[in-house]
Write a protein that binds this ligand. Structure first.
Ligand code: FDA
Length: 417
């Protein structure tokens, strides 16, 4: 027997669930909306986001910034509630945002706490009924709705929204339960992998990552799949004791992991001097040997990359970096250039979901109507946010997906009284 009924019950009070609840009640104040979350204090993932500053969205968000399901479907959702709409929504509620490099928008306060507080406050004000600390353990489909079982009670709802996130940072409560729930309701789940995650490197492969731990540098990382460059990412790369991190590494991670998942032949190579390719860098060193014959090799290299990287790469190419440029043989020079513009990164895997910002894969977008976010296989069910097979690159895109998909779902829920 159900204890309490509602027009709409939303499972998960992360970015997507909170926004869906707020938007639904704002569009249709007569609807009873319950928002359930296993966490006593939801919003944990927003709190840790963007280095605790929350990169709320980006000045420009397009479907090309995402991977996963159909780009056309993603575009349709993004267009319904754009990044400009999201910015205006937050600013109208007193959260001024400012732009940082790469179009990233952050709160002027630089506090993710302000984003969480704003959303929780807006949800309370909108009259959403909060059920925090109440984890849903079972969804039972009824003729005209659903029963949601939490530990000691059952809620009945005409319509439900799965906003349970994916598998990234599972300690925040997003532990993949939503995938099982979606499967039980008839959905297909595209196999998942971590995304926006640091990558690990084989220690025995002569990689310089350990000795360069803590060094950040610009890089261009190529992902070669089945012998051709499938993805190229430019950005800062951070060497770590386990491998690589930093924006460029995070952005390529999903491409390596997806190719691996599909059993493809995948390799990564880093250009540590992205302004150069083999021929131009080789010509540069030939010129340096002519004009600065007595300069040490490491000194010349240190004009191109951080000093520690210069030494490590010289060692990697078996070149004595303390020798003069005039002593550099042609073969040594070419080995150096090769290591600098196409350093193979012997990736072994990733740091896993505990370190991933987002999940690639998820509930198939083909089974969702992008005009309503409703399920095509289970009437009365909507899905929003990271649970879906959509993952954005670094830069505020994943939150924009949460805001946009929430808006589309809410618009529909409000129109079907
Ligand atoms: P989310 O995972 O946030 O929420 C799901 C909620 O469902 C959780 O509160 C969970 O407790 C609840 N739940 C799960 N199962 C349940 C059940 N059975 N019953 C009840 N409740 C249940 N993105 C971005 O755009 N800019 C950024 O700066 C960052 N930075 C960032 C940093 C880090 C460290 C991480 C891990 C992630 C980011 N992201 C990001 C990604 C972004 O945080 C992420 O895409 C969204 O928070 C996803 O929002 P959702 O609401 O879909 O899921």
């Amino acid at each position: 027997m159900a204890d309490a009924s509602a027009d709409v019950a939303i499972i998960g009070a992360g970015a997507a669930g909170l926004a869906t609840a707020i938007f639904t009640r704002s569009h249709a104040p007569a609807l009873t909306v319950r928002l359930l979350d296993g966490a006593v204090r939801p919003g944990a993932k927003i709190l840790v986001s963007g280095g605790s500053r929350c990169n709320v969205t980006n000045v420009e968000v397009r479907e090309d910034d995402f991977n996963g399901g159909s780009r056309a479907a993603i575009r349709r959702v993004l267009r319904a509630f754009t990044a400009a709409d999201a910015r205006a929504w937050f600013e109208q509620r007193g959260l001024a945002l400012h732009e940082e490099p790469h179009g990233k928008l952050f709160p002027d306060s630089n506090r993710s706490r302000d984003v969480v507080d704003l959303l929780l406050d807006a949800s309370s004000r909108a009259g959403v009924r909060h059920h925090f600390g109440e984890r849903v353990i079972e969804i039972v489909r009824l003729g005209q709705g659903f029963d949601l079982r939490v530990t000691d009670r059952t809620y009945r709802a005409r319509r439900i929204v799965l906003a349970t996130g994916g598998l990234s940072l599972p300690k925040t409560g997003s532990d993949g339960w939503g995938y099982d729930a979606a499967r039980a309701l008839g959905h297909t789940v595209v196999p998942t992998t971590p995304a926006l995650v640091p990558l690990t490197i084989d220690d025995s492969a002569g990689s310089p990552h350990r000795q360069l731990t803590g060094v950040a540098q610009p890089a261009r990382i190529d992902v070669q799949v089945d012998g051709r460059v499938a993805t190229r990412v430019d950005g800062a790369m951070l060497w770590t004791h386990f491998g690589i991190s930093g924006p460029a590494a995070l952005d390529v991670s999903r491409h390596w992991l997806r190719a691996r998942l599909e059993g493809r032949d995948v390799t990564l190579a880093a250009n540590l001097v992205p302004a150069h390719r083999f021929e131009t860098l080789d010509a540069h060193l030939v010129d340096a040997a002519r004009t600065r014959p007595r300069a040490r090799i490491e000194t010349v290299l240190a004009d191109l990359v951080p000093t520690s990287v210069a030494s490590a790469i010289a060692a990697h190419a078996s070149v004595a970096a303390d020798r003069a440029m005039a002593e550099l043989t042609r073969d040594q020079r070419r080995a150096l250039v090769h290591a600098l513009v196409a350093l193979p990164l012997a990736i072994t895997g990733s740091r896993g979901y505990n370190y991933a910002e987002v999940t690639a894969g998820g509930v198939s977008l083909a089974e969702i109507d992008p005009g309503t976010m409703t399920s095509r296989v289970c009437p009365g069910l909507s899905l929003v946010g990271e649970i879906l097979d959509v993952d954005g690159r670094l830069g505020g895109f994943n939150f924009q997906w949460a805001w946009s998909s929430a808006w589309v779902a809410a618009r529909h829920l409000a129109s079907t009284r």
